[in-house]
Design a protein around this ligand. Structure first.
Ligand SMILES: [Zn+2]
Length: 85
């Protein structure tokens, strides 16, 4: 499960690998938004106009995709669990 080292967020994450294609003024910088259970697994992924394929992959391998805290914008995440990236 991901956790932001800066603010402790464990719920909302984005991906710097998937840039947003929707030009929101105050929107997220990420094209996908991962909603995590506090238990660690992905609850839902919101797509900001990206391909369904990408959200499917991110769902399967969240640790390969989510690398941005959407609470404070920090890329400094800690993954605990099986792979420990
Ligand atoms: Zn944070």
């Amino acid at each position: 499960m991901p956790q932001c080292k800066k603010c402790g967020n464990r719920r909302l994450f984005g991906s710097s690998k998937v840039p947003s294609v929707v030009p929101y003024t105050n929107g997220p910088v990420s094209g996908i938004i991962g909603h995590f259970h506090t238990a660690g697994e992905v609850e839902t992924i919101t797509s900001m106009g990206v391909d369904k394929e990408i959200t499917t992959l991110a769902f399967r391998r969240p640790e390969d995709y989510f690398d941005l805290c959407l609470e404070c914008g920090s890329p400094d995440l800690e993954w605990s669990g099986s792979r420990g990236i």
